[in-house]
Design a protein around this ligand. Structure first.
Ligand SMILES: NC(=O)c1ccc[n+]([C@@H]2O[C@H](COP(=O)([O-])OP(=O)(O)OC[C@H]3O[C@@H](n4cnc5c(N)ncnc54)[C@H](O)[C@@H]3O)[C@@H](O)[C@H]2O)c1
Length: 389
């Protein structure tokens, strides 16, 4: 097996392929070959991010390319090894439809980059709870009854539930997180409701040895990672970061929902802490000198997101040094490109019986992990762990 160390800043693409089988220690034969099985996932919330994820799974399964991927292979798993076996939503115009149709239903408005074949997965009704914010009430007609989520997870054979509910779905996320524990299914929390970062919830998962990664997925190249890299650059080069902002606008349901400031508190905390944790050699900066978060809904932008960032600092001799950056991305594919890595890391470490290393995965892929770290260190550690013998 060739192990390749990737220099910092380079594309992380492994230029070798694992065989279709991998080896596991066996008491008698020392080494037994075990066939790789599909990583079966369930999607919670069939919105824009799920749409991009489902399109991407078929795109990479049917096209021999690694362009656009952070990692071609993780622990032996390629994107084509991921299979959606269940999906849950509460919107009447999505429930009861094949996932391939539901992902293109209104109010979803993410870019269609691939024609998705029928999946055979019918979207099942979930429990609405606080999933519909006041700005979405006239866009979503919720179902009355929920299916038995624990039963659905068990009968579908899902091993991971990916949470893609709207920001502010606090009760709903906790309801489904408990279903995950009860069904003994791993939970990847892509939204800023604190589960992995919350000591009580983290312990609930740990006590039952249920895999957990969270909270709030980073985008592949999104505002957070760009802002973090710039804050890290200031820190590494000795420039004191005095003030910074990151103002984001977009026209998808996520941005419409986030007009409701009450639902936003954890999103601001999550995005702010991700940048502040690397600023000024880990010392951060005063809360009155940093403003980060969603700033407005501009309908015609659809799933396009614009981020405006400014960093003001003091360099050698206390002389001012400022950076201003503008980023434009399609929001949802940007998250899907990271979720596919979280899924493969979860299978890999679960299979190894090493649930502790999932904290490193959270730190690498999530904005609000329980234990943050420096991106380059985290990637090195994960690389070593996934490329051991
Ligand atoms: N780059 C990104 O797009 C990105 C990055 C980080 C985090 N996120 C987070 O991912 C989440 C999903 O984003 P999105 O753009 O897909 O949002 P979206 O609004 O398009 O989709 C949310 C879906 O959840 C469904 N839903 C609402 N309440 C529900 C419930 N109780 N049970 C089941 N389904 C329910 C809605 O009907 C909708 O289909 C958001 O919280 C967002 O902040 C996105």
């Amino acid at each position: 097996m060739i192990s390749k160390k990737i220099p910092e800043g380079r594309k992380i693409s492994w230029d070798f392929h694992f065989p279709a089988v991998f080896s596991l220690k066996h008491p008698k034969t020392k080494v037994a070959l075990v066939e790789k099985t599909k990583i079966k996932i369930a999607l919670l919330g069939v919105g824009n991010c799920s749409s991009s994820l489902v399109q991407g799974l078929q795109y990479y399964s049917q096209n021999m390319t690694e362009d656009g991927l952070i990692s071609d292979v993780i622990g032996g798993y390629k994107v084509e090894d991921i299979e959606v076996v269940a999906a849950i939503d509460i919107n009447k115009n999505k429930v009861g439809k094949d996932l391939s149709e539901a992902i293109f239903e209104s109010p979803n408005n993410s870019i269609k980059f691939y024609d998705v074949e029928s999946t055979g997965v019918i979207v099942q009704p979930g429990k609405t709870l606080d999933g519909v914010g006041k700005f979405l009430e006239n866009k979503i007609d919720p179902v009355d009854d929920s299916c038995d989520v624990v039963e659905l997870l068990k009968s579908s054979g899902a091993e991971i539930l990916v949470n893609l509910l709207p920001v502010g779905s606090d009760e709903a996320t906790k309801h489904y997180a408990q279903c995950s524990i009860d069904a003994n299914v791993g939970f990847i929390n892509c939204i800023p409701v604190f589960i992995a970062r919350d000591k009580v919830w983290k312990k609930k998962f740990d006590d039952r040895s249920v895999p957990l990664v969270g909270d709030d997925i980073k985008s592949q190249v999104g505002a957070t990672i760009v802002h973090r890299a710039l804050a890290q650059l200031f820190s590494d080069r000795g420039v004191k970061l005095d003030h910074t902002y990151q103002l984001n606008v977009g026209g998808n349901m996520d941005f419409l929902n986030m007009l409701e400031e009450d639902r936003l508190e954890t999103k601001r905390t999550s995005k702010t802490s991700s940048v502040a944790s690397v600023a000024n050699r880990g010392k951060g900066l005063d809360s009155n000198n940093v403003r980060i978060g969603p700033s407005d809904y501009v309908e015609w932008l659809k799933d396009k997101k614009k981020a405006f960032m400014r960093l003001e600092g003091k360099a050698f001799g206390g002389v001012p040094l400022n950076i201003e950056v503008q980023l434009e991305v399609q929001d949802s594919p940007n998250s899907a490109g990271v979720i596919i890595d979280a899924i493969r890391y979860m299978r890999f470490f679960t299979e190894k019986g090493d649930l502790q290393s999932l904290d490193l995965v959270s730190a690498w892929l999530m904005k609000a992990p329980s234990t943050p770290g420096k991106d380059s260190d985290l990637l090195d550690k994960l690389h070593d762990l996934t490329h051991g013998n």
